[in-house]
Design a binder for this molecule. Structure first.
Ligand code: GLU
Length: 314
């Protein structure tokens, strides 16, 4: 499904935030949110089992969410394989499962709200141009989040007329949050922004001051996907009452900008836990190319769910 975020959202009026009742005593609720871009591997099993274990320990629950906004890389057969592999591991989850690609309208509403606040701008730059501009970033901007590298924004903002004209002519663009505009918008709240990072077992909690520049002017709607991981995930966590986000440590920095998005959109702040990433025998983080580590391949080799837990020290 290919949609143009700009034209989609321009015709929509901002809608109110989802009705989220904030109850500090509400039960622990987490989520496992895989993307169906390949078969689940040992690293996914670890993530799902950690979430399940944390929810059990806290007497709460977790939900499954399918993060398939990238319709070019996500495949329906991988989606059904997720259900199959998780069930094989012995996990269960509440239905219905939130499938992000069925909810592009929700994300367009969120985008329209950000647009109405003037905290996002269209970015027409190519990947190459962005990389060139990143050279001028004062800190190590090589780290890449799920949506690419750290880009601190244009030296000179584009005029609204030029932006509108280029969009009207059909030129492709992404929407980015202007951290400068977000800062001005949030004013004194900006300096007080923080999040709670808990130890994986929930034992130790630290308050971390937010450093939004860690991810720069983040993409909230991709050129090719009408929304980005960041916006969709923040929106859905709030919508589904997720109060404990548990995910890989590669996404620790994302928590900083997710707090900015939550504050702009008036969404509650979950607590965060980040787990280690599982590596292959060569010590490299598991990826799609590690075909022998998929749960399917391991299952076919006669590995049991109990063996998986053992291997993961769970
Ligand atoms: N869809 C993301 C992934 O598969 C999950 C990110 C998250 O848990 O927030 O890496």
């Amino acid at each position: 499904m290919r949609m143009n975020a700009g034209t989609r959202q321009a015709s929509r009026l901002p809608t109110p935030a989802p009705r989220i009742t904030r109850n500090p005593m509400s039960a622990f609720r987490s989520r496992f949110a895989p993307s169906p871009t390949g078969r689940l591997h040992l690293g996914h099993a670890f993530a799902a089992l950690v979430v399940d274990e944390a929810a059990r320990a806290a007497g709460g629950g977790w939900l499954l969410r399918i993060e398939d906004i990238d319709q070019t890389r996500c495949k329906p057969e991988f989606e059904s394989a997720i259900f199959e592999d998780l069930a094989w591991l012995g996990l269960s989850w509440p239905e219905p499962v939130r499938i992000q690609s069925h909810h592009f309208d929700d994300y367009a509403d969120a985008l329209a709200r950000l647009n109405a606040m003037n905290v996002i701008y269209r970015c027409f730059k190519t990947r190459k141009e962005i990389l060139q501009e990143m050279q001028r970033a004062p800190h190590d901007a090589s780290g890449d989040g799920p949506e690419g590298g750290v880009y601190l924004g244009p030296a000179e903002p584009m005029s609204q007329d030029e932006s509108d004209a280029r969009a009207a002519s059909g030129e492709a663009f992404a929407w980015r949050v202007s951290m400068k505009a977000a800062r001005a918008r949030l004013d004194e709240k900006w300096d007080a922004l923080s999040f709670i990072e808990e130890a994986l077992d929930g034992g130790d909690a630290r308050e971390i001051a937010v450093t939004p520049d860690l991810l720069g002017d983040l993409v909230v709607a991709r050129k090719d996907a009408a929304v980005s991981y960041h916006l969709a995930s923040v929106w859905d966590d709030a919508r589904d009452g997720v109060n404990h986000v548990i995910r890989g440590e590669d996404l620790r920095e994302a928590a900083h900008v997710h707090r900015v998005l939550q504050e702009l959109l008036d969404l509650p702040a979950p607590r965060y836990r980040h787990h280690r990433l599982i590596a292959n025998d060569a010590g490299v983080r598991l990826a799609k190319r590690d075909a022998s580590y998929t749960l399917k391949a391991m299952r076919d080799e006669g590995v049991s769910p109990a063996n998986i837990r053992e291997r993961l020290d769970l």
